[in-house]
Ligand binder design. Structure first.
Ligand code: MG
Length: 254
């Protein structure tokens, strides 16, 4: 199922629903704890999609893909490079990524994003999928010009609008069998299977859950394939996982 949040063109209320071939079927309730179908179906032409959830936390992992299977390391680092992104940086599909003043370009990073579905602590790798609600697409927008020389990434990852998410949360996805793509102004730049991840999705979530309690609504960005490039004022970036949808954002200078 593909969960969405949306507004009608004529109404400020935030609604929830499930994407169907004919439009979005409205639901009521909490997607994590209990919800019900309604009979109301909204045409796609009458609505504006929002981020598919308001995340509780957003955590990313750095440098997590190789170019081909042969390059996968025999041994993994003891401590993966994780970072937080503020929830204030989250925007939906169609919203504008704003380049911070002082720089003229920022990097796109198309990523598979995991949505945690229930409280999780000290999970084994085998248990991880039981705690996942679904998957969405993220663009981990980055201004590497703001990476600190001592290695801190937080500032360069945290500007407003730097975490486009969406368009849907897909609950029926095999995360080992998807391809993560990015198109800059229509030209394909990223195109990798998730099998090229260094830390597998299960490994990284099991690891994180050994450090912190994860909660429903937490988002884990699983890293970006090779091919991420810079984008500038006037560009359009489209991050795509075919089974989930396309996350399309214009880029403007701030
Ligand atoms: Mg990234």
């Amino acid at each position: 199922m593909k969960f969405a949040r949306f507004k009608k063109q004529t109404d400020e209320r935030v609604l929830q629903g499930i994407a169907t071939d004919n439009g979005i079927q409205q639901i009521e309730g909490d997607i994590f704890t209990g919800w019900e179908h309604t009979e109301v179906i909204h045409n796609f032409s009458e609505i504006k999609l929002l981020t598919p959830l308001t995340p509780k936390h957003v955590i990313g992992i750095g440098a997590n893909y190789v170019g081909e299977t042969d390059d996968l390391p025999a041994e993994l680092p003891d401590i993966p490079v994780f970072f937080y992104k503020p929830v204030s940086s989250v925007i939906g599909s169609g919203e504008t990524v704003v380049i911070p003043r002082k720089v003229e370009e920022v990097k796109f990073e198309s990523e598979l994003a995991v949505v945690i579905g229930q409280r999780a602590s000290n999970l084994s790798e085998q248990e991880v999928t039981d705690y996942i609600f679904g998957y969405t697409v993220a663009n981990d927008v980055t201004a590497p010009q703001f990476f600190h020389e001592d290695g801190h990434w937080m500032i360069g990852k945290s500007f407003d609008t730097f975490t486009p998410l969406g368009p849907y949360i897909e609950t029926e996805l095999d995360p080992d069998k998807v391809t993560v793509e990015a198109y800059l102004n229509g030209e394909k730049k990223q195109d990798s299977t998730t099998r090229l991840m260094i830390f597998s999705m299960r490994k990284m979530i099991a690891y994180l859950s050994s450090v912190m309690t994860l909660e429903a609504g937490d988002i884990i960005l699983t890293g970006s394939p090779l091919g991420a490039e810079m984008m500038k004022d006037g560009d359009e970036i489209n991050c795509k996982i075919a089974e989930i949808g396309e996350l399309r954002n214009p880029v403007k200078q701030g």
